[in-house]
Design a protein around this ligand. Structure first.
Ligand code: HEC
Ligand code: HEC
Length: 337
């Protein structure tokens, strides 16, 4: 009896410990978080909605743009969607195909437009579970300790905080999923919003890479200010999809705040973000997410770092002044996330 009780206690301790140390990570890209069954949602994410499409659209299922290196991920540039401004004030997405008389035809955008890359969706439910108060306290800490890298909450109407999309203009996953159905798929009364939301909430963060010593790169990442915005640890609140993770610390390497990235990255204003502001993207799994930046202009991690301007120009300059070996160590660290 005693040995059995001890064995059970040891198992429980190991389980608690692995949740602390990143047990919520996938074994393989596209896995659900342990204990979450999202098979129906996965099917809805991949389902071809061609028959429900009305008007303009970009694709007939979500997976067309979120599939690399596995379901829920990103895509190569051919899936970038187009964003443009039709009149002063607002950004609109341009849909590549239009259905007339049941025939879908490709359309070319007119006027000035910009490309946006599909972000990987791994771990996005955990990002949704970070309380806005935690984000505010990070912004306050940045203002006190690293004012050059101070971010701000994307406060939308009625005090609601945006956190999804490159411009953090959407506050919650159901809201994003409904918008994606309407804009990307041209499906305006989708029945699949809740199953797809459930699938995304349970989608595990990318697999942790094999343990290796990246301590030099980690030290440099903090030392040249990358970690001020790409925060190594965020504390989530309640996580209803898997209560065992309530209050867990996640290593997403983002602050979910808006930062001014300078004129060289400027695009359109959207939500609370100005033309030059973007939400810090998470870096977990970044080694497998090329190309980089909101428009996929950077082919490599070094190119992505070099493109940091505005508030992050100092970090990019400090990266440039590192030795060759130090730069390699930092990139190796990024690949380990
Ligand atoms: C044509 C390509 C395309 C299709 C199809 C598509 N997406 Fe996306 N998705 C994108 C792009 C591009 C972005 C970034 C949008 C932005 O920031 O403005 C994005 C962003 C997202 C985000 C926010 C990610 C983040 O990190 O904040 C979610 C959630 C999402 N998509 C879910 C879906 C769902 C659900 C579907 C199907 C209903 C879908 N997408 C279909 C291209 C696509
Ligand atoms: C002031 C905040 C800030 C600092 C400091 C900062 N970043 Fe970023 N980082 C961002 C934002 C915002 C973006 C997205 C910009 C865009 O897409 O145009 C980004 C994008 C990236 C990307 C591309 C991610 C992707 O999915 O495309 C990488 C890689 C990256 N940063 C690494 C670093 C490294 C390494 C450092 C230190 C040398 C650093 N960042 C410093 C805010 C920052």
């Amino acid at each position: 009896m005693i040995t059995r009780a001890i064995a059970v206690a040891a198992l429980l301790a190991a389980a608690a410990c692995s949740a602390q140390a990143g047990g919520y990570r996938a074994e393989r890209f596209g896995d659900s978080i342990a204990g979450i069954n999202a098979t129906a949602g996965l099917r809805a994410f991949q389902r071809d909605h061609a028959r429900e499409i009305r008007g303009t659209f970009n694709a007939s299922n979500c997976a067309e743009c979120h599939a690399l290196p596995a379901i829920g991920g990103s895509q190569t540039l051919r899936a970038d969607f187009v964003i443009k401004q039709d009149g002063p004030g607002g950004a609109v997405t341009f849909d590549r195909y239009a259905v007339t008389n049941d025939v879908a035809r490709f359309r070319y955008p007119q006027g000035r437009y910009y490309l946006r890359k599909p972000p990987s969706l791994y771990g996005i439910g955990l990002l949704e579970a970070v309380p806005a108060a935690e984000l505010q306290s990070i912004a306050d800490e940045q203002a006190r300790k690293t004012p050059a890298h101070r971010g701000r909450l994307a406060v939308l109407g009625h005090g609601v905080v945006g956190r999804f999309g490159w411009k953090a203009d959407i506050p919650t996953l159901p809201a994003f999923v409904a918008t994606a159905f309407a804009i990307e798929l041209g499906v305006h009364r989708p029945g699949d919003v809740m199953p797809v939301t459930h699938f995304l909430r349970g989608l595990a963060p990318p697999p942790a890479s094999a343990p290796r010593d990246v301590s030099d790169g980690r030290r440099l990442f903090a030392g040249i200010g990358c970690a001020d915005c790409h925060r190594p640890s965020l504390r989530i609140g309640k996580f209803e999809a898997q209560p065992a993770l309530n209050g867990a610390a996640i290593d997403a390497y983002t602050d979910l705040l808006l930062h001014d990235m300078g004129q060289s990255n400027a695009e359109l204003p959207e939500g609370a973000a100005s033309a030059t502001e973007f939400r810090t993207p998470p870096l977990w799994g970044v080694g497998k997410a090329a190309p980089y930046m909101h428009d996929g202009r950077a082919r490599t991690l070094s190119e992505a770092i070099a493109m940091h301007a505005g508030q992050a120009a100092d970090s990019a300059a400090r990266f440039r002044s590192l030795t060759h070996a130090e730069r390699a160590a930092l990139v190796e660290f990024l690949r380990s996330l």
